[in-house]
Design a protein around this ligand. Structure first.
Ligand code: CAA
Length: 246
């Protein structure tokens, strides 16, 4: 029987690569998309040539605590268990802090950080009860080093790391590992939407002088989900081309 993974924001740049990699590794993937994104998600599903045994599209507003509790409880009743959770959904609302408004702050904190509570809370207990599970949180190099124009995003992404270490301590005895993958600048619509000269200047600061490929991030996620990663917990795996070395 296939293992079951749940990937939030599965249709996005990194989420899509993670979904494809987990499908290749013979997982069945519950691929979540935001409310109102069903049509777009179906187009993605068809374009990738997935079938129902590989990918199940699942509407989930990761910012909605109640909806997540209800929808995930239903999912657990139907599927029994989720073996791997990848908290990947994330947004940017970049602005220098002086000009940042409350909506830009709250939207990013809700989607990138509060979502960890909403999605993980209903699954973590089930994983502990079952005696195993993998939780992989997609943070960012900018949560490690900070970034001009990203006080909101860096706060959320750094928060994911504190959350993951704490949950790793709580899950260890039950065999539930909790880790972070911290991608650098990756060739996805989120990054290529930046102003050309800003992106060029950032790329010049990356020792490898190129953006990450989404598949390079997905490979790290698959490693942490695999049997080979069983003894790794509370760790952050940086995949950033040398942009920030800890
Ligand atoms: N350090 C110091 N000063 C800087 C700076 C930096 N890194 N970047 C810009 N400045 C200066 C500028 O030179 C400018 O100075 P002057 O006023 O003297 O000319 C001033 O700060 C204002 O800068 P901008 O003109 O860029 O301001 P803006 O309001 O037009 O744009 C911004 C602000 C949208 C935040 C823009 O600076 C920007 O896009 N920055 C990059 C943010 C970034 O890295 N986002 C990552 C998105 S992808 C992602 O998040 C994925 C991931 O995990 C990596």
């Amino acid at each position: 029987m296939k293992k079951l993974a749940l990937v939030t924001g599965a249709k996005g740049g990194i989420g899509s690569a993670i979904t494809e990699k987990l499908v290749q590794d013979d997982y069945r993937v519950i691929a979540t998309h935001f409310t109102g994104g069903a049509e777009c998600a179906k187009e993605w599903f068809d374009e990738k040539g997935f079938n129902q045994d590989q990918v199940l599209l699942f509407e989930l507003d990761v910012t909605d605590t109640e909806q997540c509790a209800t929808r995930i409880a239903e999912l657990l009743r139907e599927e029994g268990t989720v073996d791997v959770l990848v908290n990947n959904a994330g947004i940017t609302r970049d602005s220098v802090f002086k000009k940042m408004d409350a909506a830009q702050w709250h939207d990013v904190i809700n989607t990138n950080l509060n979502s960890l509570f909403n999605v993980t809370q209903p699954l973590f207990a089930a994983m502990c009860e079952k005696g195993g599970g993998r939780i992989i949180n997609i943070s960012s190099v900018n949560g490690q080093k900070g970034q001009f124009g990203q006080a909101n995003y860096a706060a959320a992404k750094a928060g994911m790391m504190g959350f993951s270490k704490s949950l790793a301590a709580e899950g260890a005895r039950a065999g539930v590992t909790v880790n972070v993958v911290a991608p650098g600048y990756t060739a996805t619509p989120m990054v290529t939407a930046m102003r050309e000269e800003v992106l060029e200047s950032i790329t010049n600061q990356i020792p490898m002088k190129r953006l990450a490929k989404p598949e390079e991030i997905a490979a790290s996620v698959a490693y942490l989900a695999s049997d080979a990663g069983a003894y790794i917990t509370g760790e952050t795996l940086s995949v950033n081309g040398g942009l920030y070395m800890q």
